[in-house]
Write a protein that binds this ligand. Sequence first.
Ligand code: SF4
Length: 360
Amino acid sequence: MALYHDCSIHELGRRAHEVTMRLHPEPYRTYVVDRNINYANYCTAKCIFCNFKADPPGMDTGRNDLPPGYVLSFEEIGRKIEELLAIGGTQILMQGGLVPADMLPFEWYLDLMRFIKREYPRIHIHAFSPPEIHAFHEIFNMSVRDVLVRLREAGLDSIPGGGAEILVDRVRNKIAQGKTTTEQYLHVMREAHAIGMRTSITMMFGHIESVEERIEHLRRIRDLQDETGGFTAFICWTFQPGDTPLGRAPQYPPHETAHPDGKHLVLADAHEYLRMNAIARLFLNNIANVQSSWVTQGVKIGQLALFFGANDMGSVMMEENVVSAAGTTFRLTEQQIREAIQGAGWVPQKRDFYYRAVDG
Ligand code: SF4
């Protein structure tokens, strides 16, 4: 909080970059070539920042702005992976809605893992964020540990940190009803780390949270990392208001407003993004990697983030559906990412999920 209130953006950047240089003194900055695959958009949750979901049959959230529901076939997923392999991709980020059990049984997810590993053994499967894993635990009546172990046996490699938003229940109850509580989210991460699975972790900010709640979010992450050491990377991005119910709320477009309980509420622009990225780099001293969020911020701010705590440009993201359903997002090819890294003064280095160098 002291850093947030007392440090200028330049000072934060300088301090965060010192830490980045200590952790990553090498002359290169990394990126990964992967693809989002959103296997299904049916979802029982009611996140008011989401324009991606569809109500499952029998559920009516009263929103008439939602897209039609779908579940991808294994063949469609296979085709997407082949397109990814054709451009030298190494991993898929696969997430979906919270799909009811009668639409997709647990065996479907296991079969999907086995199908991918059988057909595309070189592909790293980074899939099922904690809200999905927690939903499997609830609807299939299995412990979180059993869900994770069975998915891993079928081929799951790691878990993405999606769905964290802000890990404070006051915020989650307001913007992400029907999704995991903070404790449930962290429990999935703890269990994943306990069986030796690595995960990333995220933060979506600039909506209804106070600055105190952002710091609380970072504290929960830092504490769990002290306990398990399982997080590979931290990624934060700003809420994309777009035409979502939350984006249509009266406090937008972004500006500073009074917070109902008197705390400090700041809606986020690029300046705010860089400040929070730098604070996260300084506070999360136990997480090795911080990714730049050029997808929401654009390539120029993405480059600047490499001097505000980030050491990685994240992914080429051949396909992105969730954030882009809410508003404008940016697209870059691998060549453009390499040029962006070079333009910022670094050597571009392609990597895998574990931040190991990959040729080509
Ligand atoms: S953000 Fe995810 S969990 Fe929330 S409504 Fe959208 S698809 Fe469902």
